[in-house]
Ligand binder design. Structure first.
Ligand code: SF4
Ligand code: SF4
Length: 502
């Protein structure tokens, strides 16, 4: 048993089975099943650690977990459930995959082809990926659980997962898909298909993807951001900015607004070229080594940028980047050491991950620490603030966005009923578990509508897609924007209509 498994046992021992987490858990609320609660999943994980076979039913209970971490906020004993579900997802991927899971063991033959294609020139450089990366053993998280005969995913489910993970983390591939998507949106084909049953019969994930597809971004926000956006007025900080994969393709206006707000607050903003996925989607889906490859690449890019902080405007990405050290600590080092420029001592990837994670800040967290410099103009609108789970529960950031928003004159911010409950987005959960995700999306849309707000604010692209899709399905014209966009509009003195408020 490895140190990592000892650590997991110790986390599991912290659970005193009190059940306080059960009402906070969306899947327990949906199904009322003990094994679809945090306490039930902790019990199952303990059984697997004790050598029990991972049955199809147990794997399904792990798959159904949103990873929303509401249970961690609710738990009075401080149980680190994130560590439990991360390990359980790796076991589940190993047991349910009929083929080598990219990056879960010695079968892994090297970097994913996409990592070579969209690595920003970093593959094989600075130890970002090297031959020894391919020689590592099974991940330390892996216990190669014996799966029951029926645990393997069906061919269609494996194909869906393969398609998702060979497209979503790669902005260029994702962008290539937007051409046909926009053509379908222009002709109304997407709406006709989404209303019918054909896509769901081909694959529920395809039906979900059609329903969730975002509209074309506002024209003014399209285009590539420069590598450096200069501070306006006296420089107060030099920050790096993650552009992300889903964010950069579907919400370029959020990245543009983020850069403008940071510059207006006196930051030089460094936006490294060739950025890709930070690894969050893979990390939250049990693909630890794939996540590690993305993480190493991201670490190397921001090290070179020489910044005081790395600002992230996507809650899921920020949460994953703050976990880089723990992610890499459980995996073999690809290139034992790498001397940073100006350092005599060589530095391990784990240490580099720790250094980078220490600089990662969510946008709201960073701006609250920095304090406002740019004047705010009135924005007379009522907005509901949605707590993204990976911001509120995983990063415990709830106060800072509310403080930033409350400083905008004339903006009335209202709270959502049951604000801590997940909207069902949860990375790619809404594609992989579309039924549960839709029900949670419906509940969140009900909560938004109950407030009477004309605008909903979210700090995660997945939440924005999920909430917008459900409101749109009901014919509601409530705009959904990122915190960055509303701050940007206020600083620039734009009207609420510029945010899509009708
Ligand atoms: S992460 Fe969310 S869905 Fe999973 S057990 Fe915890 S509260 Fe339930
Ligand atoms: S995870 Fe925490 S809240 Fe849930 S049963 Fe265990 S100790 Fe209680």
């Amino acid at each position: 048993m490895s140190d990592e498994h000892d650590q997991l046992r110790s986390v599991i021992k912290d659970c005193v089975h009190c059940g306080f987490c059960l009402p906070a858990c969306p899947t327990y609320q949906l199904w009322g099943e003990e094994m679809d609660s945090p306490r039930g999943r902790i019990y199952l994980a303990n059984q697997v650690l004790d050598g029990a076979e991972l049955t199809a039913a147990a794997a399904e209970h792990f798959d159904r977990c949103l990873g929303c971490m509401a249970c961690m906020t609710a738990c009075p004993s401080g149980v680190q459930y994130d560590q439990v579900i991360e390990a359980a997802r790796v076991w589940t991927e190993e047991a349910r995959s009929g083929e080598p899971v990219p990056g879960t063991g010695p079968r892994d033959a090297g970097p994913a082809r996409g990592a070579e294609a969209e690595d920003g020139g970093l593959a094989g450089v600075d130890g970002a990926e090297g031959p020894s990366a391919r020689a590592g053993g099974t991940t330390d998280r892996s216990i190669s659980p014996k799966g029951g005969a029926d645990v393997k995913r069906r061919l269609r489910d494996r194909a869906v997962r393969a398609a998702i993970f060979s497209v979503f983390p790669y902005p260029r591939r994702l962008r290539a898909l937007t051409g046909p998507l926009r053509a379908a949106q222009r002709t109304g084909l997407d709406r006709r298909l989404a209303r019918g049953t054909l896509p769901d019969r081909v694959s529920p994930a395809l039906g979900a993807a059609l329903r969730l597809a975002p509209p074309r971004p506002r024209e003014a926000a399209r285009g590539v951001l420069p590598e450096r956006v200069a501070a306006r007025g006296p420089r107060r900080a030099v920050v790096g900015m993650l552009t992300g994969c889903v964010q950069s393709v579907f919400f370029p206006q959020v990245n543009a607004a983020t850069a403008r707000v940071l510059a207006a607050e006196g930051c030089d903003v460094i936006i490294p070229r060739g950025q890709g996925c930070c690894g969050a989607l893979s990390l939250h889906s049990g693909r630890a080594e794939e996540a590690a490859r993305f993480a190493r690449r991201t670490i190397a890019q921001f090290e070179r940028a020489g910044v005081d902080a790395v600002v992230v405007n996507s809650a899921g990405c920020g949460s994953a980047m703050k976990e880089y050290e723990r992610l890499l600590a459980g995996l073999p080092e690809p290139d034992p050491t790498f001397a940073l420029a100006g350092q005599e001592e060589s530095v391990s990837w784990v240490a580099r991950a720790g250094a980078l994670s220490g600089k990662v800040r969510d946008l709201a967290e960073f701006l609250a620490e920095l304090g406002p410099a740019a004047p705010r103009h009135p924005l007379p609108v009522t907005a509901a603030y949605h707590d993204a789970c990976h911001l509120a529960h995983a990063q415990r950031i709830t106060r800072q966005p509310r403080e930033l928003l409350s400083a905008i004159p004339s903006l009335r911010v209202v709270e959502l009923p049951d604000a801590g409950m997940c909207c069902g987005s949860a990375g790619v959960y809404n594609l992989l578990q579309p039924g549960a995700a839709r029900e949670l999306g419906r509940r969140k849309a009900d909560a938004v509508l109950a407030t009477g707000a004309r605008l909903v604010i979210s700090a995660n692209p997945g939440c924005t897609l999920q909430i917008t899709a459900e409101l749109g399905r009901r014919g509601e014209s409530i705009a959904a924007v990122h915190t960055a966009e509303i701050l940007d509009a206020s600083i620039r003195g734009l009207p609420a209509g510029s945010l899509g408020v009708r």
